[in-house]
Structures are given as structure tokens and as C-alpha cells.
Design a protein around this ligand. Structure first.
Ligand code: ME8
Length: 650
């Protein structure tokens, strides 16, 4: 029976570069919630998509020498692009919106015009501080140390004719919404919004730009394009058919049940978004939930820092479910978290391999050993079983309470409380001892039924987080389809229960921590940077001039540092003439003198003698100079020691 409609959204992602595990975090959480609601019996609409306009995209496309549309198509539709990533992560979205979709563009033009006509959008002049990477204008008071409060980068003074949205008009209503309802969660984000943005005075918002063209054109004023937030935020409604004929589920799904958003865009979703909806007299979403950020080894994830965690590599090595599980289990959804490979592996080993995987494999193995994998009718209950059943009921109730609050990590704690208890139940009931006597066979049967039932319940509760693995577990227990959703959570291990189980390969093999960490380290090393080669000379040397250069093999008899110089090495060389030759060379940074003694090098010997630090240098040693990632490297040309000193090289 359908419990009603449920509409949940992720932010729409900027396809300015490939997405990383931080982006996947929010989408996995949204997917978990959507799957949970479906299992409860709701008719779910899960929306995600891409936010494809703006100057950053225009600039990047220009840099790449392609059109902005081609640029975004590559990142959204291309190999390992946004759609591929969501497929990999098993994201069960129902609709995907691109802000470049025609129906959305036309709808945004209508929305902009409606707000212009009702007087909430007006034309003015914008002077302000603009952060180009974030595409955000800021007031002086919002800057942090004179820099962008979001990304900490330099801002520029900017002035241009622009349209404004009368955000200030809605300040009181928004404050009331935030302070006196549960519209925005977690609660800590409310104080942040009210104190940092509303109390200092809400200023009207710039909603059009003339300095770039890659955006939705304002159809009644050529040269203006709609500036990001009207275009981006209204996706949540155009994707249901607002101001367009492409879809028509607005009346079923609006207002949204929840928008999941990262903490840095809470401001746009909890202040600007409701104000725009108020302007058009539209119902407000029921809730905005601002989740935290994932850092990597304590640093912000960013491509330029090279610490972006690649979901493709991680899921290939550990499986998508292990990765999804780790994200949800480890980091409380409202707070920031620190992703490390150590933590990922230890979570997989402890929770998935030891607790869950072992419980399943021990249970099906014992079923096979003691009952040929078929648990028939009958059995003998004991007081301990009641304890297990009561705990399961408590776990289910707490789990649902936590899921309704989007506390995935706490909901998972509950599931693991049940799994831990079931593992302990094996130790307490000692099936291997019960199996020794026919008299205790009935008791053993009930013990195994209780274990199967605990696993069935845990697998249902885990389905939203690790859908494939949960299905695999329910398959091993041959659970009927109708006993796999939330309406079938009622605990039953009595005499009538029957099970046929299957022994399978381990679901989550244990990972060798040291070996895996080393492998990940190796994979995360940047590819060998290309050699930066000096430009080739455009001028030719005539052959006779070249032949005048006298190159000889020389052997290093002695080599030492030159006092008071950190650059020079002083060489005493055998050049085959019987008289030592002295050459000074500025290579002390690259070699220790002692490592060169005995080597055969190449010298040009007919250069006029030069004085360096008061010492004479008769010739020059040849070396290769090149540069790797801006760092200069030098290697002396060393030749086969079989070549005698003084041999002419040509
Ligand atoms: O903000 N940890 O797009 P976006 C957790 N287009 N979440 C992270 C993260 C990390 N390391 N890095 C990014 C936009 N995110 C707009 C949204 S909605 C109408 C428009 C999250 O691609 C970030 O917090 O920059 C945001 O919620 C989402 O990824 C999309 O970021």
C-alpha cells in the first residue's frame, strides 16, 4: 500500500571538473534516504542533476577550445562523467535535470519575467566584491580578511548594470521561518544564517549579469543573462513541470520533503530560495538539511591539491557498497568528516568483514553442517531468544527514528547493535556443542532460526545503504520478495518458521591493511611529470665551426669543494696529455665530490681559460640540464670507462 508521495533532491552539480568522493557523499546519502522511503512504501521522486551555466564554465570551455555546451556535455555524458559516476555508485535517481535542458531554460525565462512584473525584480547598478571562482558577489562586511568567505580567494571590485531581487523585503519572514520552524536543520545552521546573514541586514540580490553570455538570456532585455541562483534553485520545480509542459508531477510532489545540500550552499537554500518562492506565492519546501564537508587527510578536497579521492579507484578495489557504507557509517551527516584510507579499510574490516560478513557465513555454514541447509518446522525456545527479539524490536524503532532525522551513522549503530548481539548469541548458545547430542537438536534448530531472522532484519535495514550486498544476503537466506521490505520487519523465529539457506563466497573479504595502504599510496602518486625540454635552437652552426670544438674523454683524478663557494667543484683531470688539467664546474648542488672520483667524463678543452674564485678553469664539463615540475636537474655526461683519457670525441 502506498504511504504517499515523497520528494527528495540533491544539489545540482557544477560540471566544471569531474566529481569526487565529496560530491558522491551527498548523493549517496540522498539515495539512501530515497531507498529507505521506497522500502517504507512511499512513492518516491529522487531528483539530481547538473548546474551548467556561468562564467566559470564559459572560461573553461574557452581554455579548452570548445563551446560551453560541448564542455558540459563531456563532463556530464562523457566517460567517467557525472552520469557514469552515479551509475557506479548505484544511485537510484528518478529524474536528472540539466539546466541547459530547453524546458528548464524556457521556464526560467518565464519565472524571471513573473518576478519582474510583480516588482520583486528591478534594474539597478551593481558595485560589489566579486569572487570569480565561486561566481558570488559579496558585500564588504561579508568578506573574511578581505577575501571570499567561501573559498578564501581574492575578490575583485565589480560594477555593472544588473537586475536585482528584493531579498530585503523578505528578511522578517525568513528570520521567522528559520527561528520558529524546523525548516532548516541541523539547528546549528540556523544560528549561522541568522547571525551572519539576516541580522547584519539582508541586501537585495543581483540576479542578472552582462559580463558573460553562457546563461539563460533575460528575454526582455538583451545582453543580460540570468545569474546563477534563480536558474539553479528553480530546477527543483521545473523538473516537476513548473512553467513547462515536459513534466506534470508538480501537484504530486511539490513542496519537496527535503533538499539535501552542503553547508556552503545552505545560505542560498534557506534564505534566497524561500524568499523567491514567497515572491511567487508558492509553497515552501518542508525542509533543507545542510550536511558537512568531507576532507581528505585533514585538507579540503581539491583537484589542484591533488588529494581528490577517486571513487572509481576505491570502488574497484573495495566494492561500491563498502564505499557507500563507509561514507554513511563513519561521518555524522550534519558534521564535517575526515576521509583517510586507513579509516576506510579498518571500517570495512571491522564492520563488514568481521561483524556482518562473519555472522552470515558462520550461520549459513552451520545450517549446512547441522541441517543440510534446511531448517524445517519445530524447535525449542529459551529465555535468551526473547532477549534477542526484544533487542531487534528496539533496534528497528531506533533505526527508523534516526533515519527520519537523516542520522545515517546513528541508524547504522543500531543495526550493528543487533549484529553484535547476534554474534554474541552464537557464543552463548554454542551451536557446536548443541549439535553433539540428539537431545539438543530442537534447541539448535531454534538457535539457527533466530540467527537467520536477525540477519534478515539487519539486511533489510541495511538495504538503503548497501543495496547489492543486502540483496545478496537475503538471497543466501532465500527470503521471499514480500519479506524484504519494511512492512515485513516483524521478528519471527518460532516453530512455524522455515528456512533454506545457501553457502556462498565471503561477502566482504578481509583486507590486508599494510598491503592495501601501500597500493593506494602508489596509485595516488601523480603520473611521472613530463620533461620540460629547452626550446631547440633555431640557428644552425656551420660544420667547420662545430669541428673546431675539441671534445675529449677525461678521467677524474681528484674532485673537491671550493672554499667559500657552495656552487663550485674543482676537478683535477687526466686528459691523456700527462699533465693534469684543472676545470671548475658549478655543480656542487648536484654531486658530492667523492662520488665523481674515477669517473670518465666529457670535456670541451679548447675554451679560453677562465678564472673562478681566483682559480683557473681550463675547459668545461658536459652535462644534461633539464627541469621537472619547475625543479632544475643536472646529470654529468659519464661515458664508458673503457674509453681512454684524451680520446677525441666527435
Ligand atoms: O554548489 N564534501 O555545485 P557544486 C561534502 N551548483 N560535500 C561536498 C564536497 C566535499 N568535499 N565537495 C562538494 C553547487 N560538496 C551548485 C548547487 S543547487 C541548486 C546548486 C557538495 O558541484 C557541496 O557542498 O559545487 C554541494 O552541496 C554539492 O557538492 C555540489 O557542489
Amino acid at each position: 500500500m502506498c504511504k504517499g508521495n515523497y520528494y527528495i533532491t540533491t544539489p545540482i552539480y557544477y560540471p566544471s571538473a569531474n566529481l569526487h568522493i565529496g560530491h558522491a557523499y551527498c548523493t549517496v546519502a540522498t539515495d539512501t534516504m530515497a531507498r529507505y522511503k521506497r522500502l517504507q512504501g512511499y512513492n518516491v521522486k529522487f531528483l539530481t542533476g547538473t548546474d551548467e551555466h556561468g562564467q566559470k564554465i564559459e572560461d573553461k570551455a574557452k581554455e579548452a577550445g570548445i563551446t560551453p555546451q560541448q564542455f558540459v556535455d563531456n563532463i556530464v555524458l562523457g566517460e567517467k562523467g557525472v552520469l557514469d559516476l552515479w551509475k557506479l555508485m548505484n544511485i537510484s535517481y528518478d529524474r536528472f535535470i540539466r539546466t541547459t535542458d530547453d524546458y528548464h531554460v524556457a521556464a526560467i525565462q518565464k519565472i524571471f519575467k513573473r518576478m519582474y512584473e510583480n516588482g520583486d525584480i528591478y534594474k539597478g547598478k551593481y558595485t560589489g566584491k566579486y569572487c570569480k571562482p565561486c561566481e558570488s558577489f559579496w558585500t564588504e562586511s561579508q568578506l573574511v580578511d578581505g577575501k571570499c568567505p567561501d573559498c578564501g580567494r581574492e575578490v575583485q571590485d565589480a560594477e555593472e548594470e544588473a537586475y536585482f531581487f528584493r531579498l530585503s523585503k523578505y528578511a522578517d519572514r525568513i528570520q521567522d521561518l528559520l527561528e520558529n520552524t524546523d525548516f532548516l536543520e541541523p539547528r546549528s545552521r540556523v544560528n549561522e544564517m541568522v547571525n551572519n546573514f539576516i541580522k547584519p541586514g539582508l541586501e537585495d540580490l543581483c540576479v542578472s549579469r552582462t559580463s558573460f553570455t553562457w546563461g539563460v538570456p533575460v528575454d526582455f532585455d538583451e545582453g543580460h543573462v540570468v545569474y546563477v541562483w534563480i536558474d539553479a534553485l528553480f530546477n527543483y520545480m521545473t523538473a516537476l513541470g513548473f512553467e513547462n509542459d515536459k513534466y506534470n508531477d508538480l501537484s504530486d510532489f511539490w513542496p519537496a520533503d527535503v533538499h539535501f545540500v552542503g553547508k556552503e550552499i545552505v545560505r542560498f537554500h534557506s534564505i534566497i530560495w524561500p524568499a523567491m518562492l514567497m515572491s511567487l506565492n508558492l509553497p515552501l519546501p518542508k525542509k533543507v538539511y545542510g550536511h558537512g564537508w568531507l576532507n581528505f587527510n585533514g585538507e579540503k578536497m581539491s583537484k589542484s591539491r591533488g588529494n581528490v579521492v577517486d571513487p572509481y579507484i576505491l570502488s574497484e578495489r573495495f566494492g561500491v557498497d563498502a564505499l557507500r557504507f563507509f561514507l554513511l557509517r563513519t561521518f555524522p551527516f550534519g558534521s564535517d568528516g575526515n576521509f583517510t584510507n586507513e579509516l576506510l579499510i579498518s571500517t570495512i574490516n571491522t564492520d563488514l568483514a568481521n561483524t556482518l560478513g562473519n555472522l552470515v557465513s558462520r550461520t549459513v555454514a552451520m545450517n549446512q553442517k547441522y541441517f543440510g541447509s534446511v531448517l524445517g518446522e519445530g524447535g525449542e525456545a529459551a529465555a535468551l531468544d526473547g532477549e534477542l527479539k526484544a533487542l531487534a524490536a528496539d533496534v528497528i524503532a531506533n533505526y527508523e527514528k534516526q533515519m527520519e532525522r537523516f542520522q545515517f551513522s546513528v541508524a547504522l549503530n543500531e543495526v550493528f547493535r543487533l549484529l553484535d548481539r547476534a554474534n554474541k548469541y552464537i557464543d552463548e548458545t554454542t551451536p557446536w556443542i548443541l549439535a553433539k547430542s540428539e537431545d539438543s537438536k530442537a534447541r539448535l534448530l531454534t538457535v539457527m532460526k533466530n540467527l537467520c531472522e536477525c540477519i534478515r532484519i539487519a539486511a533489510i535495514l541495511l538495504t538503503p545503504m548497501i543495496p547489492d550486498s543486502s540483496k545478496a544476503i537475503l538471497d543466501l537466506l532465500n527470503v521471499a520478495e514480500e519479506k524484504r521490505d519494511f512492512s515485513a520487519l516483524c521478528y519471527c523465529a518460532d516453530e512455524n518458521a522455515v528456512w533454506t539457506t545457501t553457502v556462498g563466497a565471503p561477502l566482504f573479504p578481509r583486507i590486508d591493511v599494510e598491503k592495501e595502504l601501500a597500493a593506494l599510496e602508489e596509485l595516488s602518486k601523480p603520473a611521472k611529470p613530463a620533461l620540460e625540454i629547452e626550446p631547440y635552437s633555431e640557428e644552425n652552426v656551420d660544420f667547420d665551426t662545430f669541428c673546431k670544438s675539441d671534445f675529449r674523454a677525461v678521467k677524474v683524478k681528484d674532485c673537491k669543494n671550493v672554499k667559500k663557494s657552495d656552487k663550485l667543484l674543482q676537478f683535477t683531470l687526466d686528459d691523456g696529455t700527462g699533465t693534469d688539467r684543472q676545470i671548475l664546474s658549478g655543480i656542487a648542488k648536484y654531486y658530492k665530490p667523492e662520488e665523481l672520483i674515477g669517473k670518465t667524463l666529457v670535456a670541451i678543452v679548447n675554451l679560453p681559460p677562465r678564472k673562478m674564485m681566483g682559480r683557473e678553469s681550463c675547459g668545461m664539463l658536459l652535462s644534461a640540464v633539464h627541469s621537472v615540475e619547475g625543479e632544475e636537474k643536472l646529470n654529468l655526461i659519464m661515458i664508458d670507462d673503457a674509453i681512454p683519457a684524451g680520446a677525441k670525441l666527435c
